[in-house]
Design a protein around this ligand. Structure first.
Ligand code: 5GP
Ligand code: ZN
Length: 125
């Protein structure tokens, strides 16, 4: 059934507490934890506890939950004292949903990367 935990999914294991993670925020339906291989001073992954393969599948099945992921991503940035209204390197942040292996997705449980704390180039390459 859509959203059910998958036995072979790393992030479902983190949700279940079977794989440890440094959790920074948790609500009833969402968990946010630090990326094990950070690409910026702030690099947090925000995931729905329910299993969906990617962000688009999540949004199609549960749009309200997708909105909660986005809101939590903003809350993570606020917790990390990243202030997008300021100027200069480190003042903004980026929310990224890699979708598909060709775009760098390696874990097929929907997750938002929240990256910040340094200057971020655009386009990312
Ligand atoms: P993707 O490449 O799918 O967009 O992002 C997956 C992210 O999960 C990567 O940035 C990777 O560093 C992170 N990651 C992989 N394994 C683990 C783990 O066991 N714990 C944590 N906290 N992050 C992980
Ligand atoms: Zn999963």
């Amino acid at each position: 059934m859509a959203g059910e935990p998958q036995a072979d999914c790393l992030f479902c294991k983190i949700v279940a507490g079977d794989v440890p993670a440094t959790v920074v925020r948790e609500s009833q339906r969402i968990i946010a934890f630090r990326d094990i291989n950070p690409q910026a001073p702030t690099h947090v992954l925000v995931i729905p506890k329910a299993h969906y393969a990617d962000a688009a599948s999540l949004a199609a099945a549960e749009p309200q939950l997708a909105a909660e992921v986005l809101a939590e991503a903003g809350a993570v940035a606020e917790d990390e004292n990243i202030v997008p209204s300021e100027t200069g390197p480190g003042s903004g942040y980026r929310i990224v949903f890699n979708t598909g292996a060709g775009a760098g997705q390696t874990v097929f449980h929907a997750h938002a990367h929240v990256l910040g704390g340094r200057g971020l180039n655009w386009p990312p390459g």
